[in-house]
Ligand binder design. Structure first.
Ligand code: UD2
Ligand code: MN
Length: 556
Protein backbone atom coordinates (compact mmCIF):
# COMPACT_ATOMS: atom_id res chain seq x y z
CA UNK A 1 0.00 0.00 0.00
CA UNK A 2 2.67 2.45 0.97
CA UNK A 3 4.91 1.65 -1.98
CA UNK A 4 2.39 2.93 -4.54
CA UNK A 5 2.02 6.10 -2.51
CA UNK A 6 5.69 6.75 -2.73
CA UNK A 7 5.96 6.28 -6.49
CA UNK A 8 6.37 9.51 -8.46
CA UNK A 9 3.14 8.93 -10.41
CA UNK A 10 1.06 8.96 -7.31
CA UNK A 11 -0.31 12.42 -6.76
CA UNK A 12 -1.13 13.32 -3.24
CA UNK A 13 -0.81 16.46 -1.23
CA UNK A 14 2.84 16.00 -0.56
CA UNK A 15 3.50 15.76 -4.33
CA UNK A 16 1.87 19.14 -4.76
CA UNK A 17 3.91 20.51 -1.90
CA UNK A 18 7.08 19.28 -3.52
CA UNK A 19 6.15 21.05 -6.73
CA UNK A 20 5.71 24.30 -4.87
CA UNK A 21 9.02 23.64 -3.24
CA UNK A 22 10.74 23.42 -6.67
CA UNK A 23 9.47 26.89 -7.33
CA UNK A 24 10.81 28.12 -4.03
CA UNK A 25 14.19 26.62 -4.74
CA UNK A 26 14.64 28.89 -7.71
CA UNK A 27 14.51 31.80 -5.28
CA UNK A 28 17.43 30.93 -3.07
CA UNK A 29 20.75 30.37 -4.72
CA UNK A 30 23.74 28.21 -4.17
CA UNK A 31 26.67 30.47 -5.00
CA UNK A 32 30.38 30.10 -5.70
CA UNK A 33 31.64 32.18 -2.82
CA UNK A 34 30.30 32.51 0.69
CA UNK A 35 26.55 32.84 1.18
CA UNK A 36 25.24 36.31 2.04
CA UNK A 37 24.66 35.55 5.74
CA UNK A 38 27.87 33.62 6.35
CA UNK A 39 30.26 35.17 8.86
CA UNK A 40 33.46 36.15 7.12
CA UNK A 41 35.76 34.96 9.88
CA UNK A 42 35.23 32.42 12.58
CA UNK A 43 37.61 32.77 15.50
CA UNK A 44 39.02 29.49 16.74
CA UNK A 45 40.51 29.97 20.17
CA UNK A 46 42.36 27.58 22.41
CA UNK A 47 41.19 26.90 25.93
CA UNK A 48 38.91 24.72 28.00
CA UNK A 49 36.14 23.22 25.85
CA UNK A 50 37.17 25.30 22.80
CA UNK A 51 36.44 23.84 19.36
CA UNK A 52 33.77 21.81 21.14
CA UNK A 53 36.43 19.52 22.59
CA UNK A 54 35.67 17.61 25.80
CA UNK A 55 36.57 19.54 28.96
CA UNK A 56 37.75 18.01 32.19
CA UNK A 57 37.84 19.33 35.72
CA UNK A 58 40.53 19.23 38.41
CA UNK A 59 39.97 16.28 40.78
CA UNK A 60 39.53 18.66 43.71
CA UNK A 61 36.06 19.44 42.31
CA UNK A 62 34.93 15.81 42.41
CA UNK A 63 32.31 16.36 45.10
CA UNK A 64 30.89 19.51 43.45
CA UNK A 65 30.61 17.63 40.18
CA UNK A 66 28.59 14.86 41.82
CA UNK A 67 26.29 17.48 43.33
CA UNK A 68 25.94 19.34 40.05
CA UNK A 69 24.97 16.25 38.10
CA UNK A 70 22.56 15.35 40.85
CA UNK A 71 20.93 18.80 40.73
CA UNK A 72 20.97 19.61 37.02
CA UNK A 73 21.65 16.34 35.24
CA UNK A 74 24.53 18.40 33.84
CA UNK A 75 28.11 18.95 34.95
CA UNK A 76 27.81 22.67 35.60
CA UNK A 77 31.27 22.74 37.19
CA UNK A 78 32.77 22.06 33.77
CA UNK A 79 30.35 24.52 32.18
CA UNK A 80 31.63 27.25 34.54
CA UNK A 81 35.15 26.64 33.23
CA UNK A 82 34.17 27.10 29.58
CA UNK A 83 33.81 30.48 27.82
CA UNK A 84 30.22 31.47 27.03
CA UNK A 85 31.24 32.14 23.44
CA UNK A 86 33.52 29.15 23.03
CA UNK A 87 34.18 27.95 19.48
CA UNK A 88 32.32 24.85 18.32
CA UNK A 89 32.80 22.79 15.17
CA UNK A 90 30.75 23.76 12.13
CA UNK A 91 28.79 20.51 11.76
CA UNK A 92 26.92 21.52 8.62
CA UNK A 93 27.30 19.99 5.22
CA UNK A 94 29.94 21.94 3.23
CA UNK A 95 27.26 23.14 0.82
CA UNK A 96 25.64 25.18 3.58
CA UNK A 97 28.23 27.97 3.42
CA UNK A 98 27.17 28.74 -0.12
CA UNK A 99 23.49 29.51 0.14
CA UNK A 100 22.16 32.98 -0.47
CA UNK A 101 19.03 33.66 1.56
CA UNK A 102 16.57 36.52 0.99
CA UNK A 103 17.93 39.93 2.01
CA UNK A 104 14.75 40.72 3.88
CA UNK A 105 13.95 38.21 6.56
CA UNK A 106 11.48 38.56 9.45
CA UNK A 107 12.75 39.63 12.86
CA UNK A 108 12.68 36.96 15.50
CA UNK A 109 11.93 36.58 19.19
CA UNK A 110 13.95 33.72 20.66
CA UNK A 111 12.07 32.09 23.53
CA UNK A 112 13.85 30.08 26.20
CA UNK A 113 11.90 28.58 29.11
CA UNK A 114 13.74 27.19 32.10
CA UNK A 115 13.24 25.50 35.41
CA UNK A 116 16.22 25.12 37.75
CA UNK A 117 18.86 25.08 35.05
CA UNK A 118 22.56 25.69 35.73
CA UNK A 119 23.27 29.42 35.45
CA UNK A 120 26.26 29.28 33.09
CA UNK A 121 24.51 26.73 30.89
CA UNK A 122 21.44 28.94 30.55
CA UNK A 123 23.64 31.98 29.93
CA UNK A 124 25.63 30.20 27.26
CA UNK A 125 22.36 29.44 25.47
CA UNK A 126 21.34 33.07 24.99
CA UNK A 127 24.91 34.30 24.71
CA UNK A 128 25.45 32.13 21.62
CA UNK A 129 22.18 33.43 20.19
CA UNK A 130 23.43 37.01 20.38
CA UNK A 131 26.87 35.93 19.20
CA UNK A 132 25.73 33.94 16.16
CA UNK A 133 22.59 35.77 14.96
CA UNK A 134 22.64 38.77 12.59
CA UNK A 135 21.75 41.71 14.81
CA UNK A 136 18.88 43.02 12.73
CA UNK A 137 17.13 39.63 12.75
CA UNK A 138 17.20 39.27 16.51
CA UNK A 139 14.23 41.18 17.88
CA UNK A 140 14.55 40.01 21.49
CA UNK A 141 15.36 37.05 23.69
CA UNK A 142 12.60 36.09 26.09
CA UNK A 143 13.46 34.07 29.15
CA UNK A 144 10.59 32.49 31.03
CA UNK A 145 11.56 31.30 34.49
CA UNK A 146 9.23 28.47 35.38
CA UNK A 147 9.33 29.08 39.14
CA UNK A 148 12.94 28.02 39.72
CA UNK A 149 14.07 27.89 43.33
CA UNK A 150 17.82 27.93 42.79
CA UNK A 151 19.21 31.12 44.30
CA UNK A 152 21.61 32.23 41.54
CA UNK A 153 18.81 32.21 38.96
CA UNK A 154 17.26 35.19 40.73
CA UNK A 155 19.27 38.38 41.42
CA UNK A 156 22.56 37.08 40.10
CA UNK A 157 21.02 36.24 36.72
CA UNK A 158 19.24 39.60 36.55
CA UNK A 159 22.36 41.52 37.51
CA UNK A 160 24.28 39.77 34.76
CA UNK A 161 21.62 40.48 32.15
CA UNK A 162 20.67 44.01 33.11
CA UNK A 163 24.23 45.02 34.00
CA UNK A 164 25.73 44.32 30.58
CA UNK A 165 24.70 46.09 27.38
CA UNK A 166 25.67 42.99 25.41
CA UNK A 167 22.44 41.53 26.80
CA UNK A 168 20.14 44.48 26.16
CA UNK A 169 17.79 42.39 24.04
CA UNK A 170 17.25 39.88 26.84
CA UNK A 171 14.04 40.10 28.87
CA UNK A 172 13.15 37.88 31.76
CA UNK A 173 9.67 36.97 32.99
CA UNK A 174 8.91 34.73 35.94
CA UNK A 175 5.94 32.42 36.43
CA UNK A 176 4.18 32.90 39.77
CA UNK A 177 3.84 29.16 40.12
CA UNK A 178 5.27 26.13 38.40
CA UNK A 179 3.52 25.82 35.06
CA UNK A 180 5.59 23.22 33.25
CA UNK A 181 7.41 23.77 30.01
CA UNK A 182 4.33 23.80 27.80
CA UNK A 183 2.43 26.59 29.53
CA UNK A 184 5.73 28.43 29.97
CA UNK A 185 6.21 28.37 26.21
CA UNK A 186 2.64 29.65 25.78
CA UNK A 187 3.52 32.52 28.13
CA UNK A 188 6.63 33.22 26.09
CA UNK A 189 4.63 33.50 22.86
CA UNK A 190 2.18 35.88 24.52
CA UNK A 191 5.04 38.13 25.71
CA UNK A 192 6.89 38.08 22.38
CA UNK A 193 6.51 40.80 19.75
CA UNK A 194 8.77 39.57 16.92
CA UNK A 195 7.31 38.39 13.63
CA UNK A 196 8.72 34.91 14.13
CA UNK A 197 9.24 33.05 17.39
CA UNK A 198 12.12 30.57 17.68
CA UNK A 199 12.41 28.16 20.61
CA UNK A 200 15.45 26.74 22.35
CA UNK A 201 15.83 24.60 25.45
CA UNK A 202 17.84 26.30 28.20
CA UNK A 203 20.90 24.12 27.57
CA UNK A 204 21.77 24.79 23.94
CA UNK A 205 24.47 26.41 21.82
CA UNK A 206 23.39 27.64 18.42
CA UNK A 207 25.82 26.99 15.59
CA UNK A 208 27.08 29.19 12.78
CA UNK A 209 24.39 30.95 10.71
CA UNK A 210 21.59 28.97 12.33
CA UNK A 211 18.71 31.43 11.89
CA UNK A 212 18.46 32.60 8.23
CA UNK A 213 17.89 29.07 6.86
CA UNK A 214 15.07 28.63 9.41
CA UNK A 215 13.42 31.92 8.45
CA UNK A 216 13.58 31.50 4.68
CA UNK A 217 10.87 28.82 4.28
CA UNK A 218 8.62 30.84 6.61
CA UNK A 219 8.96 33.84 4.31
CA UNK A 220 7.76 31.73 1.38
CA UNK A 221 4.77 30.43 3.31
CA UNK A 222 3.93 31.78 6.73
CA UNK A 223 2.27 28.46 7.62
CA UNK A 224 5.58 26.66 7.59
CA UNK A 225 7.26 25.61 10.80
CA UNK A 226 11.00 25.00 10.51
CA UNK A 227 13.20 22.69 12.56
CA UNK A 228 17.01 22.77 12.87
CA UNK A 229 19.19 19.66 13.07
CA UNK A 230 20.15 18.88 16.67
CA UNK A 231 23.78 18.29 17.57
CA UNK A 232 24.76 16.67 20.86
CA UNK A 233 26.55 18.31 23.79
CA UNK A 234 27.78 15.85 26.41
CA UNK A 235 26.27 16.51 29.84
CA UNK A 236 29.55 15.72 31.55
CA UNK A 237 32.37 16.95 29.28
CA UNK A 238 30.49 19.45 27.07
CA UNK A 239 31.97 17.82 24.00
CA UNK A 240 30.06 19.05 20.94
CA UNK A 241 29.40 16.35 18.34
CA UNK A 242 26.89 15.78 15.55
CA UNK A 243 24.09 13.37 16.43
CA UNK A 244 23.51 12.34 12.84
CA UNK A 245 25.90 10.89 10.30
CA UNK A 246 27.23 13.23 7.59
CA UNK A 247 24.67 12.12 5.03
CA UNK A 248 21.71 11.41 7.27
CA UNK A 249 18.40 13.09 6.44
CA UNK A 250 16.20 12.16 9.36
CA UNK A 251 12.58 13.08 9.85
CA UNK A 252 10.44 12.90 12.96
CA UNK A 253 7.80 10.20 13.33
CA UNK A 254 6.13 8.34 16.24
CA UNK A 255 5.19 4.85 17.32
CA UNK A 256 1.70 4.01 18.55
CA UNK A 257 2.52 4.53 22.23
CA UNK A 258 3.46 8.07 21.13
CA UNK A 259 7.17 7.75 21.67
CA UNK A 260 8.99 10.14 19.39
CA UNK A 261 11.09 8.35 16.72
CA UNK A 262 13.06 9.19 13.60
CA UNK A 263 13.55 7.60 10.20
CA UNK A 264 15.24 8.47 6.90
CA UNK A 265 13.55 10.00 3.87
CA UNK A 266 11.79 7.69 1.42
CA UNK A 267 13.17 6.97 -2.05
CA UNK A 268 10.57 9.27 -3.54
CA UNK A 269 11.53 12.11 -1.26
CA UNK A 270 15.21 11.59 -2.01
CA UNK A 271 14.54 11.64 -5.76
CA UNK A 272 12.88 14.98 -5.41
CA UNK A 273 15.86 16.69 -3.89
CA UNK A 274 18.28 18.79 -5.85
CA UNK A 275 20.75 19.61 -3.10
CA UNK A 276 21.76 17.63 -0.07
CA UNK A 277 21.37 20.60 2.19
CA UNK A 278 17.91 21.87 1.26
CA UNK A 279 14.98 21.58 3.68
CA UNK A 280 12.44 18.76 3.50
CA UNK A 281 9.04 17.90 4.92
CA UNK A 282 8.68 15.91 8.11
CA UNK A 283 5.56 14.49 9.82
CA UNK A 284 6.61 15.73 13.27
CA UNK A 285 9.51 17.06 15.37
CA UNK A 286 11.14 16.49 18.76
CA UNK A 287 9.64 19.57 20.40
CA UNK A 288 12.39 21.80 21.70
CA UNK A 289 13.88 23.58 18.73
CA UNK A 290 11.90 25.24 15.97
CA UNK A 291 10.77 28.52 14.41
CA UNK A 292 7.26 29.60 13.44
CA UNK A 293 5.41 32.76 12.49
CA UNK A 294 4.05 34.17 15.76
CA UNK A 295 0.62 35.25 14.48
CA UNK A 296 0.15 31.90 12.80
CA UNK A 297 1.11 30.05 15.99
CA UNK A 298 -1.44 32.12 17.91
CA UNK A 299 -4.07 31.38 15.27
CA UNK A 300 -3.39 27.68 15.86
CA UNK A 301 -4.12 28.21 19.55
CA UNK A 302 -0.40 27.89 20.45
CA UNK A 303 -0.44 24.73 22.62
CA UNK A 304 -3.35 23.11 24.42
CA UNK A 305 -3.03 24.81 27.84
CA UNK A 306 -4.47 21.66 29.41
CA UNK A 307 -1.20 19.80 28.77
CA UNK A 308 0.91 19.21 31.89
CA UNK A 309 4.61 19.92 32.53
CA UNK A 310 6.34 17.81 29.88
CA UNK A 311 5.59 15.78 26.74
CA UNK A 312 3.29 15.43 23.76
CA UNK A 313 3.05 19.10 22.82
CA UNK A 314 5.35 18.40 19.88
CA UNK A 315 2.75 16.00 18.46
CA UNK A 316 -0.12 18.34 19.18
CA UNK A 317 1.58 21.13 17.27
CA UNK A 318 2.69 18.86 14.42
CA UNK A 319 -0.74 17.33 13.91
CA UNK A 320 -2.48 20.65 13.98
CA UNK A 321 -0.04 22.29 11.62
CA UNK A 322 -0.37 19.54 9.01
CA UNK A 323 -4.06 18.82 9.48
CA UNK A 324 -5.01 22.49 9.44
CA UNK A 325 -3.18 23.50 6.26
CA UNK A 326 0.44 24.19 7.21
CA UNK A 327 3.66 22.19 6.91
CA UNK A 328 6.81 21.26 8.82
CA UNK A 329 10.25 21.43 7.26
CA UNK A 330 13.53 20.19 8.66
CA UNK A 331 16.49 22.35 7.73
CA UNK A 332 19.90 20.63 7.40
CA UNK A 333 21.82 23.93 7.24
CA UNK A 334 20.58 25.06 10.63
CA UNK A 335 22.35 23.38 13.55
CA UNK A 336 21.78 23.72 17.26
CA UNK A 337 23.64 21.84 19.99
CA UNK A 338 21.53 20.46 22.85
CA UNK A 339 22.58 18.80 26.09
CA UNK A 340 20.90 15.45 26.61
CA UNK A 341 21.00 15.40 30.36
CA UNK A 342 21.73 12.56 32.72
CA UNK A 343 18.54 12.59 34.74
CA UNK A 344 15.21 14.33 34.56
CA UNK A 345 14.05 16.61 37.39
CA UNK A 346 11.21 15.28 39.46
CA UNK A 347 7.63 16.18 38.66
CA UNK A 348 6.36 14.80 41.95
CA UNK A 349 5.71 18.12 43.66
CA UNK A 350 3.42 19.39 40.95
CA UNK A 351 1.39 16.42 39.83
CA UNK A 352 -0.19 15.52 43.15
CA UNK A 353 -3.72 15.34 41.88
CA UNK A 354 -2.94 13.58 38.60
CA UNK A 355 -2.65 9.88 39.23
CA UNK A 356 -1.43 8.75 35.81
CA UNK A 357 2.04 9.42 34.35
CA UNK A 358 1.92 12.94 32.94
CA UNK A 359 3.30 12.05 29.53
CA UNK A 360 0.56 9.47 29.01
CA UNK A 361 -2.01 11.96 30.25
CA UNK A 362 -0.75 14.46 27.65
CA UNK A 363 -0.63 11.91 24.83
CA UNK A 364 -4.22 10.97 25.54
CA UNK A 365 -5.35 14.60 25.38
CA UNK A 366 -3.57 14.99 22.07
CA UNK A 367 -4.81 11.80 20.40
CA UNK A 368 -8.37 12.29 21.65
CA UNK A 369 -8.45 15.57 19.73
CA UNK A 370 -6.38 14.82 16.63
CA UNK A 371 -6.72 11.07 15.93
CA UNK A 372 -9.78 9.52 14.24
CA UNK A 373 -11.45 6.71 16.21
CA UNK A 374 -9.61 3.99 14.31
CA UNK A 375 -6.23 5.44 15.31
CA UNK A 376 -7.21 6.03 18.92
CA UNK A 377 -7.62 2.26 19.23
CA UNK A 378 -3.99 1.76 18.18
CA UNK A 379 -2.86 4.00 21.01
CA UNK A 380 -5.06 2.22 23.56
CA UNK A 381 -3.82 -1.14 22.30
CA UNK A 382 -0.22 -0.09 22.77
CA UNK A 383 -0.87 1.63 26.15
CA UNK A 384 -3.91 -0.19 27.59
CA UNK A 385 -3.89 1.65 30.92
CA UNK A 386 -4.37 5.03 29.26
CA UNK A 387 -7.97 4.11 28.54
CA UNK A 388 -8.64 4.70 32.25
CA UNK A 389 -7.10 8.18 32.46
CA UNK A 390 -9.52 11.05 32.89
CA UNK A 391 -8.01 13.85 30.82
CA UNK A 392 -10.63 16.46 31.59
CA UNK A 393 -12.47 18.73 29.20
CA UNK A 394 -11.36 18.76 25.57
CA UNK A 395 -14.20 20.80 24.09
CA UNK A 396 -12.16 23.94 23.43
CA UNK A 397 -9.57 21.91 21.53
CA UNK A 398 -12.19 20.11 19.48
CA UNK A 399 -13.86 23.42 18.73
CA UNK A 400 -10.55 24.87 17.55
CA UNK A 401 -10.08 21.92 15.20
CA UNK A 402 -13.49 22.48 13.73
CA UNK A 403 -13.13 26.27 13.47
CA UNK A 404 -9.87 25.89 11.59
CA UNK A 405 -11.48 23.36 9.21
CA UNK A 406 -8.78 20.84 9.86
CA UNK A 407 -8.51 17.59 7.91
CA UNK A 408 -8.85 14.24 9.65
CA UNK A 409 -6.06 11.92 10.74
CA UNK A 410 -6.65 9.54 7.84
CA UNK A 411 -5.61 12.33 5.52
CA UNK A 412 -2.47 12.96 7.59
CA UNK A 413 -1.51 9.29 7.67
CA UNK A 414 -2.04 8.82 3.94
CA UNK A 415 -0.41 11.98 2.71
CA UNK A 416 2.15 13.04 5.24
CA UNK A 417 3.07 10.12 7.48
CA UNK A 418 2.41 6.93 5.51
CA UNK A 419 5.96 5.67 6.01
CA UNK A 420 5.45 5.58 9.79
CA UNK A 421 3.83 2.22 8.98
CA UNK A 422 7.00 0.72 7.52
CA UNK A 423 8.57 1.13 10.98
CA UNK A 424 5.54 0.91 13.25
CA UNK A 425 2.68 -1.00 11.61
CA UNK A 426 -0.78 -0.80 13.13
CA UNK A 427 -0.69 -2.93 16.28
CA UNK A 428 -2.97 -6.02 16.19
CA UNK A 429 -5.47 -6.14 19.05
CA UNK A 430 -4.42 -7.51 22.41
CA UNK A 431 -5.77 -10.94 23.31
CA UNK A 432 -4.74 -10.42 26.91
CA UNK A 433 -2.98 -7.68 28.80
CA UNK A 434 -2.10 -6.97 32.43
CA UNK A 435 0.21 -8.50 34.99
CA UNK A 436 1.47 -12.07 34.61
CA UNK A 437 1.48 -13.80 37.98
CA UNK A 438 2.83 -17.21 38.84
CA UNK A 439 0.24 -19.30 40.58
CA UNK A 440 2.95 -21.14 42.52
CA UNK A 441 4.65 -18.35 44.49
CA UNK A 442 2.46 -15.34 43.72
CA UNK A 443 5.26 -13.27 42.16
CA UNK A 444 4.85 -11.29 38.94
CA UNK A 445 6.80 -11.32 35.70
CA UNK A 446 8.96 -8.18 35.67
CA UNK A 447 11.27 -6.78 33.00
CA UNK A 448 13.73 -5.66 35.73
CA UNK A 449 16.31 -2.91 35.11
CA UNK A 450 19.46 -2.68 33.04
CA UNK A 451 20.72 -2.56 29.50
CA UNK A 452 18.84 -4.20 26.63
CA UNK A 453 18.69 -7.03 25.79
CA UNK A 454 18.52 -8.53 29.27
CA UNK A 455 17.00 -11.42 31.16
CA UNK A 456 13.64 -10.86 32.75
CA UNK A 457 12.57 -12.27 36.10
CA UNK A 458 9.90 -12.23 38.79
CA UNK A 459 9.28 -9.72 41.57
CA UNK A 460 6.61 -8.87 44.12
CA UNK A 461 3.48 -7.83 42.22
CA UNK A 462 3.10 -4.06 42.44
CA UNK A 463 -0.09 -3.58 40.39
CA UNK A 464 1.27 -0.33 38.94
CA UNK A 465 1.72 -1.53 35.36
CA UNK A 466 5.09 -0.28 34.09
CA UNK A 467 7.70 -3.03 34.39
CA UNK A 468 4.94 -5.58 35.06
CA UNK A 469 2.50 -4.62 32.31
CA UNK A 470 2.46 -7.14 29.46
CA UNK A 471 0.43 -7.55 26.30
CA UNK A 472 -0.11 -10.59 24.13
CA UNK A 473 -1.56 -9.67 20.76
CA UNK A 474 -3.57 -11.75 18.29
CA UNK A 475 -0.38 -12.32 16.25
CA UNK A 476 1.55 -13.92 19.12
CA UNK A 477 3.75 -10.98 20.10
CA UNK A 478 4.36 -10.65 23.84
CA UNK A 479 5.46 -7.18 24.81
CA UNK A 480 5.99 -4.58 27.50
CA UNK A 481 5.73 -1.03 26.14
CA UNK A 482 7.84 -0.86 23.00
CA UNK A 483 9.87 -3.91 24.04
CA UNK A 484 9.30 -7.56 23.25
CA UNK A 485 9.97 -10.82 25.10
CA UNK A 486 12.08 -13.25 23.08
CA UNK A 487 13.91 -16.43 24.02
CA UNK A 488 17.71 -16.37 23.98
CA UNK A 489 19.62 -19.43 25.24
CA UNK A 490 16.47 -20.97 26.58
CA UNK A 491 15.75 -17.99 28.85
CA UNK A 492 13.28 -15.15 28.26
CA UNK A 493 14.92 -11.83 27.44
CA UNK A 494 13.55 -8.39 26.79
CA UNK A 495 14.71 -6.21 23.91
CA UNK A 496 13.27 -3.54 21.65
CA UNK A 497 10.66 -5.08 19.36
CA UNK A 498 12.06 -5.55 15.88
CA UNK A 499 11.24 -2.56 13.67
CA UNK A 500 8.27 -3.28 11.41
CA UNK A 501 7.32 -6.46 13.27
CA UNK A 502 4.10 -7.05 15.21
CA UNK A 503 3.98 -10.85 15.41
CA UNK A 504 5.61 -13.47 17.60
CA UNK A 505 5.60 -17.12 18.65
CA UNK A 506 3.71 -16.90 21.94
CA UNK A 507 0.50 -18.57 22.92
CA UNK A 508 -1.45 -18.35 26.14
CA UNK A 509 -4.53 -20.30 26.97
CA UNK A 510 -6.81 -18.95 29.66
CA UNK A 511 -7.90 -22.52 30.49
CA UNK A 512 -4.60 -24.28 31.18
CA UNK A 513 -2.79 -21.01 32.04
CA UNK A 514 0.47 -22.03 30.37
CA UNK A 515 2.73 -19.78 28.34
CA UNK A 516 3.73 -21.71 25.27
CA UNK A 517 6.40 -20.63 22.82
CA UNK A 518 6.01 -22.14 19.39
CA UNK A 519 9.57 -22.00 18.14
CA UNK A 520 11.05 -23.81 21.12
CA UNK A 521 7.91 -25.88 21.66
CA UNK A 522 8.35 -25.29 25.39
CA UNK A 523 6.59 -23.55 28.26
CA UNK A 524 7.60 -20.69 30.52
CA UNK A 525 8.67 -22.20 33.84
CA UNK A 526 9.68 -20.73 37.18
CA UNK A 527 12.78 -22.38 38.56
CA UNK A 528 12.70 -22.72 42.36
CA UNK A 529 14.24 -21.77 44.64
CA UNK A 530 16.38 -19.59 42.34
CA UNK A 531 13.33 -17.68 40.94
CA UNK A 532 14.97 -17.77 37.50
CA UNK A 533 12.81 -18.14 34.42
CA UNK A 534 13.52 -21.09 32.14
CA UNK A 535 11.84 -23.03 29.32
CA UNK A 536 10.82 -26.64 29.81
CA UNK A 537 8.67 -29.28 28.18
CA UNK A 538 5.05 -28.31 28.73
CA UNK A 539 3.38 -30.31 31.45
CA UNK A 540 0.02 -29.16 32.72
CA UNK A 541 0.64 -30.85 36.08
CA UNK A 542 3.72 -28.67 36.69
CA UNK A 543 2.61 -25.87 39.10
CA UNK A 544 5.62 -23.78 38.08
CA UNK A 545 4.21 -23.48 34.56
CA UNK A 546 0.93 -21.95 35.66
CA UNK A 547 0.61 -18.20 35.11
CA UNK A 548 -2.36 -15.93 35.57
CA UNK A 549 -2.84 -13.05 33.16
CA UNK A 550 -4.75 -10.39 35.11
CA UNK A 551 -5.94 -7.02 33.86
CA UNK A 552 -5.27 -4.18 36.24
CA UNK A 553 -6.15 -0.56 36.79
CA UNK A 554 -3.78 1.17 39.19
CA UNK A 555 -5.56 4.52 38.96
CA UNK A 556 -8.92 3.85 40.55
C1 UD2 B 1 12.16 17.43 24.62
C2 UD2 B 1 12.29 18.83 24.03
C3 UD2 B 1 11.59 19.82 24.95
C4 UD2 B 1 10.11 19.46 25.03
C5 UD2 B 1 10.02 18.02 25.53
C6 UD2 B 1 8.62 17.46 25.53
C7 UD2 B 1 14.21 18.93 22.55
C8 UD2 B 1 15.66 19.22 22.41
N1 UD2 B 1 13.68 19.13 23.78
O1 UD2 B 1 12.62 17.21 25.91
O2 UD2 B 1 11.71 21.14 24.48
O3 UD2 B 1 9.50 19.59 23.78
O4 UD2 B 1 10.76 17.14 24.72
O5 UD2 B 1 7.72 18.25 26.22
O6 UD2 B 1 13.58 18.56 21.59
N2 UD2 B 1 11.27 23.25 31.73
C9 UD2 B 1 10.42 24.18 32.35
N3 UD2 B 1 9.51 23.73 33.25
C10 UD2 B 1 9.38 22.41 33.58
C11 UD2 B 1 10.22 21.48 32.94
C12 UD2 B 1 11.15 21.94 32.01
O7 UD2 B 1 10.51 25.35 32.06
O8 UD2 B 1 8.54 22.08 34.41
C13 UD2 B 1 12.25 23.71 30.74
C14 UD2 B 1 13.64 23.15 30.88
O9 UD2 B 1 14.40 23.92 31.78
C15 UD2 B 1 14.14 23.19 29.45
C16 UD2 B 1 12.88 23.00 28.62
O10 UD2 B 1 11.78 23.25 29.48
O11 UD2 B 1 14.70 24.45 29.13
C17 UD2 B 1 12.78 21.58 28.05
O12 UD2 B 1 12.89 20.62 29.08
P1 UD2 B 1 13.92 19.40 28.97
O13 UD2 B 1 15.22 19.86 28.48
O14 UD2 B 1 13.89 18.66 30.24
O15 UD2 B 1 13.21 18.55 27.84
P2 UD2 B 1 13.88 17.42 26.88
O16 UD2 B 1 15.04 17.98 26.17
O17 UD2 B 1 14.02 16.19 27.65
MN1 MN C 1 16.34 19.63 26.74
Amino acid sequence: MTSTRQSPEFRNDITVLYEQWQEYRSDIKLVEGLGNYEPVTIVEKDGVGEKGKPAYYPTKYEEQVINAIDTYGINSVVSDLIALNRSIPDTRNDECQHWHYPQRLPNTSVIIVFHNEALSVLMRTFHTVIFRTPEHLLHEIILIDDFSDIENLKDELENKIYGDTYYNKVKIFRNKKREGLIRSKINGVLKATGEVVAFLDAHCEVNVNWLPPLLTPIVKDHRTMTVPFVDGIDFNTFEYTPVYGKDALPKGIFEWGMFYKEKGLTKYELQNRKHYSEPYYSPTHAGGLFAINRQYFIKLGIYDPGLLIWGGENFELSFKIWQCGGSIQWVPCSRVGHIYRAARYSFADITDNIVAPIDQYNYKRVIEVWFDDKYKEFFYTREPLTRFIDVGDLSSQIELKSNLNCKNFDWYMENIASDVLTQYPYPPKNLYWGEIKTASTGLCLDILNGDLPRKIGVRECHKMGGSQLFRLNTKGQLSNGERCIEIINNTPHIDFCQIGKVNGAWRYDFEDKQFYEQRTDKCLTLEVPSDNLIFEECDDRNPFQIWEFNQLNPWV
